[in-house]
Design a protein around this ligand. Structure first.
Ligand code: 18C
Length: 258
């Protein structure tokens, strides 16, 4: 568009509702704050009963055995340190729908129900069925954010993605072949930089990412406890190794993004 004096006016961008005016916003603010503060605590600090169940190099996975109404809901906490990638890059690939089928091996189908804003998306997902249980689906919001540095540390800010089940009238629970699962997931990432001794530019050899992944999944309906525990003991380590290898491969020849 041209004004009368001949200057060009850029086209108005597509309206994307700011997440802060969305009805889910108060829930998102509250959940992100509580999940991040829990994720920051080490396994020793966040209550007794954490057992190490998987370890591979720098990766350590802990769980706490818990049941609610006879259903296994064991909270999981995993920590990992991965060379050559940043917290932003890890969160970006975890959050963005365009990469999800590449790394999420439990996924059968994903729908982006609503893009609330650049950093907040509503998803509906169906996951692969595990015999002898019913297939599962999930409806959740996902929110990615840079976290202000509360400890005045040197170096880049933290990044997080929080995924939290919610209800959507368009996707009522337990009406089709799927049983609805309820999840709370927090991925928290800190980039560690080793400044090069020669004072040169920071390369991927000088960075690593400390990843904390916390998850609680309520299976929502009957699932044999022994099968469920065997499935997550296999699937969580597989996820974290595969996903981080994926982020390394997607970023290795690209400029570092903090
Ligand atoms: O966080 C992860 N992924 C995100 C993006 O997809 C998001 C999704 C979380 C998925 C939650 C689990 C949904 C149910 C899955 C069913 C299991 C299918 C396994 C198929 C194997 C062939 O946050 C990464 C998630 C990594 C997933 C680990 C598996 C967790 C298993 C938890 C058990 C859930 C109950 C299953 C009921 C049936 C058990 C007999």
């Amino acid at each position: 568009e041209k004004l009368m004096n001949g200057t060009l006016v850029p086209p108005t961008p597509e309206p994307v509702s700011p997440a802060s005016s969305h009805p889910l916003w108060p829930d998102i603010e509250r959940k992100v704050a509580s999940q991040v503060s829990m994720a920051k605590l080490g396994v020793g600090e966040c209550g007794a009963g954490w057992q190490l169940f998987a370890e591979d190099g720098e990766m350590k996975m802990y769980r706490r055995e818990e049941e609610v109404d006879g259903l296994v809901v064991d909270p999981l906490k995993a920590v990992h340190v991965v060379k050559g990638i940043t917290g932003f890059e890890v969160c970006h690939h975890f959050f963005s729908p365009q990469y999800r089928y590449d790394w999420e091996t439990t996924l059968e189908h994903m729908v982006v129900v609503e893009t609330i804003s650049e950093d907040t998306i509503l998803f509906q997902q169906t996951h692969k069925r595990i015999w002898p249980a019913s297939q599962r689906d999930a409806v959740f919001w996902s929110h990615m954010r840079r976290l202000p540095d509360d400890q005045d540390r040197e170096g880049p800010d933290l990044w997080t993605v929080v995924n939290q089940s919610t209800e959507l009238p368009q996707y009522p629970a337990n009406t089709g072949k799927c049983v609805r699962v309820y999840l709370t997931v927090c991925l928290l990432c800190q980039t560690l930089v080793n400044p090069p001794k020669n004072g040169g530019p920071v390369t991927r050899d000088d960075i690593s990412c400390k990843i904390t992944y916390c998850s609680v999944v309520n299976p929502g309906g009957w699932a044999p406890a022994s099968v469920l525990r065997a499935v997550y003991k296999r699937e969580y380590p597989k996820f974290l190794k595969r996903f981080t290898a994926y982020v390394m491969s997607k970023t290795k020849d690209k400029p570092i993004r903090f």
